[in-house]
Structure formats: structure tokens, C-alpha cells
Unconditional design. Structure first.
Length: 453
């Protein structure tokens, strides 16, 4: 299956029951708002060539069982450029979405704002951003699919501003179109794949898979679970640690269950976000939305046992804020030796990124449940903890700082690290006594000795 060549093909790629909405504007008069010579004729020729009267086709359709408003751009109509007619149609589509409580899905292919209408075209970007903001405030999901090309203001508003951004392979994606870039610009930087690598796109999806992937996202984002997520059961040993040093050793054991096992146990299906929308990704922070056995959706942010980088904290903050807008409760899995502390991490804003996540969790408009499943290293771990609703597995520890680092700070010899671990009272049982966690979870009920503590 090849990439769609026009707006109608893009719609047929994702839905089989598209119903077009009425167009809110009449035919454009003459040469437009700034009297661009020949603009009227150019519009007429574009309409005859493309079979549409404006650069977008708007309507509703069912994708993977979920009804959604669809906005599909027609690049054959003056390069999919955004003018007053485009703005009017997209605004009407968003209004319809809000009135009928439907998510919005945009299938983008645009070269930017329409020069023939001057500043009257450019200010449509404010109009699009305003409509998206109203839809966001209404708690409705917004998704974008980037086709070839997606550049200019369309990318900078409807594309990059969406909750989830998917792209077709090889699509040209960037704020600067091919004719306005520096002559020595690397064309590989303006691709869907490059935008994915730098945290601006969530996934590059082949055309043949788009309907299924888009349907999964729409289903997950429109069926939230209710109330706080119960903490998952422990998947490793449920025996308590005899000492702090043993707790640290068990949490660092290479065969101890990690985030992937917990996510696979909790969810029947998942879709993942990628990137912090600020130029970075962190494979050690898994963020996305998962389906519970009852069919409802939970958002998750899970550390994978590595030092968390600034992009990881920002991606988790993005996840928590998105879940809050959509009314989807959050589960976090804590497992990190701490925040990355190398020079690159400092240049990337480790402190501000951690602050952003602390703030997102503190301000969350949905219940957040946290489970400590391994190492809990200082503030880099605490940023994912839920105040008043953090739990721990028996093979974990949480500490103000790693025992080795605490020993160094206290100017004691390295061989005292084990004794320092004991003094820090970092075992799960200690954390419960100190009021840091609500309890220590046990094995599943079907396993021997399976109740939560």
C-alpha cells in the first residue's frame, strides 16, 4: 500500500465511512483580500485539477471503531496552503468535534500559509491554534498524521501541537519548506525519521498499518479508566530484605523484573509516546497509554533502570499533562539509580526537566499511582512518585542518595558504603514506617502467599 496522493486517498486509507461536513464559506470573490493578480483564476484551476474547492476536506469517519472528526489536506490545491477558507473549514470541524464530543484527527499535507492572501492567510495560524486550544480545554484528543510534505504553519500548529503525532515514512517534515531553507541545509534533517529521532514525532507508520495504529490510539485516548489505578502486584521475590545493603543488592540484580515485565502484566495493549517535543528522547523512560483487561485506558510513565536523562523527565511530564487533559489516570513505575549527571545532561537542563515533572505530578488533574519496582535513586526517582499514593515491591529501595555517593559526600572510605546503606533506612519496610510509601505489594493472588502488604 503506497502513500496517499491526495486528500480523498488519505481519508480512504483510514476510514470506510467518511461523511463530509458542510463547508462554512462561499466561493472566494475575485482575487482575494489583497487583490493578488490572477488569484481567482489560480483557485479555479486548482479546483478543477484537484476536484476540491479548498485545501482541506473535513468530515467525520470511524477509525478502528472510534468516531472522529477528520481534517484531510489536499496538496493538489495550491500546495495544501492555508488561507481564510482553510481556517473557516478547520474551525467549523473543531466546533463540530466539541459539540459532539469527538476527537480530532488531521491528515496533513501542506506547504504553509497562502501568499496570495498575505497576512490574512498568516493570521489563520492563530485561528487554528485557538480552535485547537478550545478543543484541548474540552478534554478531547487531537491526533495528527504527517504526509508528504508537512511544512510551515500547518506543521507548527495542527501537526506539532497535537497530542499524538504520527508520520508516514519518508515524509518531508519541517517548519522550513524545501524552497526557503539555507542552500547548504541537510535534507535528511527535514524528514519524518529525523523528527522522530529528535523527539518531535511519536512514530513513523507505514501506510498499510496506519488505519490499525490510528484506530488503536483513538480507542485508547477515548476510554479512560475510573479512579486511581491499583498498584500492580510484585513480580519478583516477595521476601523482605534483611538489611539495607541486601535491599540495594536485590534492586540492582540483573534478573530482577523490570518495567517491560510489569507493563506486559498490567496491560493487554499499549501505544507509546516518543520524545519530549524539545529535541530529545530517552529510551530509558517508557511513556504511553495502555488498555486494562476491562477495556479501559491508563497512562503510564516507566523508568527502565537507567539514569534518567532530561528528555525522559520532559517526556514523562508531557504524558502526565496529556493524561490530565483527557481524564485518564496515571501509573508510574520508578526504577532509576538517579538522574543523569554528566555534562551533556546539565547542558540539556537536568534541573529544569526534573522540576517540570515534579510540577506536572503535583498539578495532575487525574489520580496518579506510583510503584517503586527497583532502584529509587534520589530526586530523579522521586519526581515520578505520587504524593500519598506510592507503593513499593519487596525487591526495591528508595534513598535520599545512593549509598556510595552518600559515603563519598560524608568523606568516608568506599568500603563503608554497605554500612551507610543500612543507616539510610531505605528498605521497603523502612519506607513504610517512615510514611514514604503506603505499603509493600505482594505476589498475585494466584501465586503462593499473594496478598498486598
Amino acid at each position: 500500500m503506497t502513500a496517499p496522493a491526495n486528500a480523498r486517498e488519505a481519508l480512504a486509507l483510514v476510514t470506510g465511512d467518511f461523511a463530509e461536513l458542510p463547508s462554512p464559506e462561499g466561493p472566494s470573490a475575485g482575487d482575494g483580500p489583497i487583490g493578488w493578480p490572477g488569484y481567482g483564476a489560480a483557485r479555479a484551476a486548482a479546483a478543477a485539477r484537484s476536484g476540491v474547492s479548498e485545501s482541506v476536506v473535513c468530515g467525520t469517519g470511524t477509525v478502528g471503531g472510534t468516531r472522529t472528526v477528520l481534517v484531510s489536506f489536499e496538496f493538489g490545491f495550491l500546495g495544501g496552503s492555508i488561507g481564510e477558507g482553510t481556517g473557516a473549514r478547520v474551525a467549523a470541524a473543531h466546533a463540530h468535534a466539541r459539540a459532539h464530543r469527538l476527537p480530532v484527527t488531521v491528515l496533513l499535507a501542506t506547504g504553509g500559509s497562502r501568499m496570495h492572501e498575505g497576512m490574512r492567510a498568516l493570521v489563520q495560524l492563530q485561528r487554528l491554534a485557538g480552535e485547537a486550544a478550545l478543543t484541548r480545554a474540552a478534554g478531547l484528543p487531537q491526533l495528527a498524521v504527517l504526509r508528504d510534505p508537512t511544512t510551515g504553519g500547518g506543521w507548527a500548529t495542527l501537526g506539532a501541537g497535537s497530542d499524538v503525532v504520527l508520520a508516514l515514512p519518508g515524509a518531508q517534515v519541517g517548519f522550513a519548506g524545501s524552497r526557503v531553507r539555507p542552500p547548504d541545509a541537510d535534507p535528511a534533517a527535514y524528514t519524518a525519521e529525523a523528527q522522530l529521532a529528535h523527539g518531535h514525532v511519536d512514530a513513523v507508520v507505514p501506510a498499510r498499518e496506519l488505519r490499525a495504529v490510528l484506530g488503536r490510539w483513538l480507542s485508547l485516548l477515548t476510554r479512560p479508566a475510573e479512579g486511581p489505578v491499583p498498584p500492580p502486584y510484585a513480580l519478583g521475590s516477595t521476601e523482605p530484605s534483611a538489611s539495607g545493603r541486601e535491599a540495594v543488592a536485590r534492586a540492582r540484580h540483573p534478573e530482577r523484573p523490570r518495567a517491560d515485565r510489569y507493563l506486559a502484566e498490567v496491560f493487554t495493549e499499549r501505544a507509546e509516546l516518543s520524545g519530549d517535543r524539545a529535541g530529545g528522547t530517552d529510551p530509558g523512560m517508557r511513556c504511553g497509554f495502555g488498555r486494562l483487561p476491562d477495556g479501559r485506558t491508563v497512562a503510564y510513565a516507566a523508568q527502565c533502570g537507567t539514569a534518567t536523562r532530561p528528555a525522559g523527565f520532559r517526556t514523562a511530564a508531557r504524558l502526565v499533562r496529556t493524561a490530565g487533559r483527557l481524564g485518564i489516570p496515571v501509573l508510574t513505575l520508578i526504577d532509576t539509580p538517579g538522574a543523569a549527571n554528566d555534562a551533556e545532561a546539565e547542558r540539556a537542563g537536568a534541573g529544569p526537566a526534573i522540576a517540570e515533572l515534579f510540577g506536572a505530578v503535583a498539578e495532575a488533574r487525574v489520580p496518579v499511582t506510583a510503584l517503586l519496582i527497583g532502584e529509587g535513586g534520589s530526586g530523579g526517582a522521586l519526581a515520578l512518585a505520587a504524593p500519598g499514593n506510592t507503593w513499593a515491591t519487596p525487591d526495591a529501595y528508595f534513598s535520599v542518595i545512593a549509598p556510595e555517593l552518600a559515603t563519598a559526600i560524608l568523606k568516608r572510605p568506599p568500603e563503608e558504603a554497605d554500612a551507610t546503606a543500612d543507616r539510610l533506612r531505605l528498605r521497603p519496610e523502612d519506607l513504610f514506617t517512615l510514611g514514604v510509601v503506603r505499603g509493600v505489594v505482594g505476589a498475585p493472588p494466584t501465586a503462593p502467599g499473594g496478598a498486598a502488604g
